[in-house]
Design a protein around this ligand. Structure first.
Ligand code: ATP
Ligand code: MG
Length: 215
């Protein structure tokens, strides 16, 4: 177990992985988990929408619900996810990796025309990850990967969705950095998923090595 900054008791490290659909989040999370487990870390992998009751509603309603209602539902799931799953695992000393978190909440409902400031506000009280990883790739690259893999939801179907998503992610990333989030941007255009996972692992290793604060 590690002592984290801003905490006087041992807790794990919370890492979120976001980025446009097809950037490789789920693939990279799997590699990262394997790498950390191999070095003896206790790891808990999770994803949003969560496996909880509100996450189930998100999955059920994403295709048929829009705008403010869906944005608030996803934010509600995020708070529930933190309370019921993320915090307990962190408090047990595990590294928690979440496949999507606040950054996705700042991006996905932009497709339905929701104002970014509203999205920021409804996510403002969610626990900050210790490290927010943003996977970056050109729209053409992720559009091709999505074409090969197949779409997971309505946001991935419209022509030009990858261009719009890359643009929304750039804006969200700027906002996170301005707000003081610890953000790691990783270029995934040329790197294989294992290489991307290694970049994140290396960043986490130095993070674990930071001197702890007990204030
Ligand atoms: N760095 C990479 N280089 C080449 N192909 C990749 C890379 N990362 C992922 N892929 C491939 O791209 C596809 C999409 O990856 P993945 O499903 O992990 O993306 P995702 O970001 O989780 O997408 P979604 O937001 O839809 O869940 C998969 O077929 C995966 O094998
Ligand atoms: Mg995925």
């Amino acid at each position: 177990m590690k002592l984290r900054p801003f905490s006087d008791h041992p807790r794990g490290v919370f890492v979120s992985i976001d980025g446009p659909s097809g950037a490789g989040k789920s693939t990279i999370v799997r590699h990262l988990e394997q790498m950390l487990v191999a070095t003896g870390e206790a790891v808990h992998v999770t994803a949003e929408p969560s496996k909880g009751a509100i996450g189930g509603l998100c999955r059920e309603l994403t295709e048929t619900t829009k705008g403010y209602a869906l944005a608030c539902l996803y934010a509600a799931d995020r708070y529930h996810h933190v309370d019921e799953e993320i915090r307990p695992h962190l408090e047990a000393g595990r590294t928690v990796i979440s496949d999507r978190y606040i950054p996705s909440g700042l991006v996905m409902q932009r497709f339905d025309g929701i104002d970014p400031t509203f999205l920021w506000q409804i996510n403002a009280a969610a626990d900050r990850p210790d490290l927010a990883v943003i996977l970056e790739a050109d729209a053409e690259v992720i559009a091709e990967r999505l074409h090969d893999r197949g779409a997971h939801n309505r946001f991935q179907l419209s022509p030009g969705s990858s261009h719009a998503e890359v643009h929304f992610y750039r804006q969200a990333t700027e906002r996170l950095i301005q707000a003081g989030f610890d953000v790691l941007r990783v270029d995934c255009n040329q790197r294989a998923p294992e290489q991307v996972a290694r970049v994140i692992r290396d960043r986490l290793t130095s993070f674990f090595a930071q001197p702890a604060s007990t204030s």
